[in-house]
Design a protein around this ligand. Sequence first.
Ligand SMILES: [Zn+2]
Length: 304
Amino acid sequence: MRPSDTGGSYGWPLKPFDRQHPVRGYLNDPRIPDAAHKSFHFGVDICGADGTAVFAVEGGVAHLQSPTVVAVVSSIAPRTFGYWHILPAVIHHQAVARHQLLGHIAPGWGHVHFAEKGRGPHRNPLRRGALEPFEDFQPPTVAKLAFSRRGKAVPRTAVTETVDILVEAFDTPALPAPAPFKGMPVAPVRLRWRVLHRGTLVVPWRTPINLGPAKLPDSQFERVYAPGTRQNHPNHPGRLRFYLAHAWDSRRHADGRYLLEGSMRYCGYFSASSVSARSRSSPASRTRARPRRRIHHRRLQSSS
Ligand SMILES: [Zn+2]
């Protein structure tokens, strides 16, 4: 997408405008206030102490959408910026200039939720060519590989037939967020995976998770996030579990030892009943060796 299609780049809504600020919530993070309400986060949470002044990133007309939400309909491009959890310093339908004061972060929030919307779904303000400057050199962490079938965990030493492939993975904010959200996980932009068998590619790269460009429809929440996912709360880090695949058919592959590689690092091994293969010095060797036994159906074993 060319910058001209979406209105071009803009600075930060907090001072200094031309310097990167910590962001503790990313687009498409899980938001789970209760079991009945699961959604993708529709903006970014920019850290700022309560009372911090919040400014318009682009000129336009202010709309007071609630006592603590100011939206500015841009006069430059077909887009609207949302500034949430602020006590407004502008009135409804007031014309505002770029860098004009909009309000102050409301007590107890510790951040401004900042969102950008065009004609379609909410966009990621951290995409290239939007909120600038922004650099993120933190690679995502792929923490744990798991399998399940019809919602029930399948032991990684007994994977058969069709299974869902799950991975616990997260990104680390580009700049550390202050307490009580210090060190908390955020959604990675992209997760991909492939499978190798004796060094040969048997399942090419697949990218089932792309949380980067725009907010996903909430109807997809439970296809993207797996059970066990939790959102961040003060002093309680969340947990991000993703489906890499739904109903993946392990029977299409011959018995043997396989490596599932995800993103930029190894995710884990799985194999048929070959115990000796797992005793080599490899990540798989961390698994306890199990007695060899004859199997009559395909079994996959894994470790991470
Ligand atoms: Zn937010």
